[in-house]
Ligand binder design. Sequence first.
Ligand SMILES: Cc1cc2nc3c(=O)[nH]c(=O)nc-3n(C[C@H](O)[C@H](O)[C@H](O)COP(=O)(O)OP(=O)(O)OC[C@H]3O[C@@H](n4cnc5c(N)ncnc54)[C@H](O)[C@@H]3O)c2cc1C
Length: 592
Amino acid sequence: MLPSEVHGANVLAALEPSYYPPSRSGLRGSHPGSNTHAHSRAFDKKSDWGPTTQLKEEYDLVVVGGGISGLSAAYFYQKQHGRDKKVLILDNHDDFGGHAKRNEHTMDGDTRIGYGGSQTLVNPHSAGKTVLNLLKDIGVDLDRFKTAYDVDFFKRNKLGAVTYFNKKTFGEDKVVKHPYCNYPNYVEGLQAAKLSNEEAAQQAPLSEKGKQQLLRVLKGGLHVLKVPKEELRKYISTHSYFDYLKNTLGVDDPGVLRMARYSAADWASGGTDLLRIGAAKGAGAMGFAPVAVYDEDHPYIHHFPDGNAGVARALVKKMIANVGKGNNAEEIVLSKFKYAELDKSSNRVRIRLNSTVVKVQHRGDADTSREVSVNYINDNKSYQVTGQGVVMACYNMMIPHIVPDLPKEQAAALRLQTKSPLQYTTVGLKNWRAMKEIGIGLAMCPGNMHQVVLMDFPVSMGGYEFTKTPNDPCIIQMISCPTGDTIGAPAVEQFSEARYRMLELKFKDYEQEIREHLSGMLPKRLFDFDRDVESITVNRWAHGYSYGGPGDSTRKGRQPFGRITIANCDSAASADALVAMKMAWRAVKELG
Ligand SMILES: Cc1cc2nc3c(=O)[nH]c(=O)nc-3n(C[C@H](O)[C@H](O)[C@H](O)COP(=O)(O)OP(=O)(O)OC[C@H]3O[C@@H](n4cnc5c(N)ncnc54)[C@H](O)[C@@H]3O)c2cc1C
């Protein structure tokens, strides 16, 4: 169907002044409805979207995907070609930032700020000049985190790493003051376990045989492999962690294997059964004590109260000044952004939310064309805009479904790019007296859907104060890395199985799970779910960490195609915000 032409300004309803997605709770992340059109395109091959309105909007650049990579692409484009260049960013979600999502929980008028996905800038000083200049230009002062992150918080409050064994899986509800792994080591200031390996193994609610096996694992490590030193590096990068547990250490107790499988949580992108020995050790998996999951010379402190949403917001503020108050990333921490400003026709950069791109095509031949049409669906209506160039900063495996003319080999490579599912749930607690009572800074929870529960990172900045005393409200973070049922099944199969299972659940299922989890873990005397939990936000990322594809497919997939280039951290197979920025820079440069 041919598009009808309409001047853009009044076609799309402006967002209401009250539109403020960070305060929404319930099912968030890729919230219900956000992927409907993309899935219709990918799975049902839908191509007839009804009459298409051709908007009289012409852009120098259209960006598909408003995550950190897409926002950075818009920033770099203007930096390279001039601040007068017109850019449109389209995203299917009701908020910008992609995985970098801000969650707010308000309790008795006190708004607590947290993150629903991309969490911390990991080792930012090594990110390279282009990224460091971007961060500086948008007002991120990396040194500020040295004082903003209260490294004494956990010590002051005697909070450490523990393990919660639930009754359903382990026969009794029990908290042992030991994490049995090194996963918690990235939380700066978290207090170390005081129990010896022998005591910890003895206290685990396992059979006698299970306790002995657990102790063997805790005392294990690379030395038990008996591999010559010069061959060790190769050996641990080619041999499976689970084979090491089963064959070298003789572990077959289901409880111990379960503890091991979930002992690296989200550092593992799924269960540790998918990892080689070296990767498992690096991710903090059970049995290599004591190792730092994170290099101690580079502290894991570069965390805004809203995680990397703080970076996404600073990018938006840089490009759309009227969106909120504040002159740098710190000053906007408490700024309630005015979403109605995002898509004003007077902006040089416009961000259009709730807009799923379904087709991107050159007008004419890809080699010579200077124009690309971009079709998207907003409020079930189909629109078309034109850009002189397009950066695809969306999930890379979706690109072949949207760009129909891609060379076959490139399309095939893109289809192979995969992502692991992940879920970050934030819970607004009216007080944390119960967490304090048993000294929980972080709890490994191998029997639960959320395999990790932690106090939020203790960061105060921009007028925002981290929770001060156990009587004050706070946010606790619950992390779930869903896996397939079969230990050792191929990663892609496990991701797919886990993704669909995750999406089948309703909010009430999650609420029930969280109710049972917290009620079983925390002392009844001090915790009552109905009384103490104010709000729950379940951030489901069916397409979470970039996992890449086989062989050289990631590089083959990200090649420029005429006036269309490819960004997103998928294009480097690396789940990292700084990489997302680098990929944006590459994609903008490729456009010329
Ligand atoms: C739970 C979680 C925690 C993480 N923690 C960290 C961390 O601590 N540190 C770190 O560095 N990294 C972390 N990451 C990795 C994270 O992916 C990157 O940091 C970064 O946020 C990725 O940015 P991106 O722009 O590449 O992708 P995304 O954030 O995925 O943005 C892409 C956007 O494109 C949109 N899109 C897709 N298809 C379409 C379409 N057809 N039309 C319009 N829009 C579309 C997507 O919905 C999304 O909004 C985490 C990821 C997850 C899921």
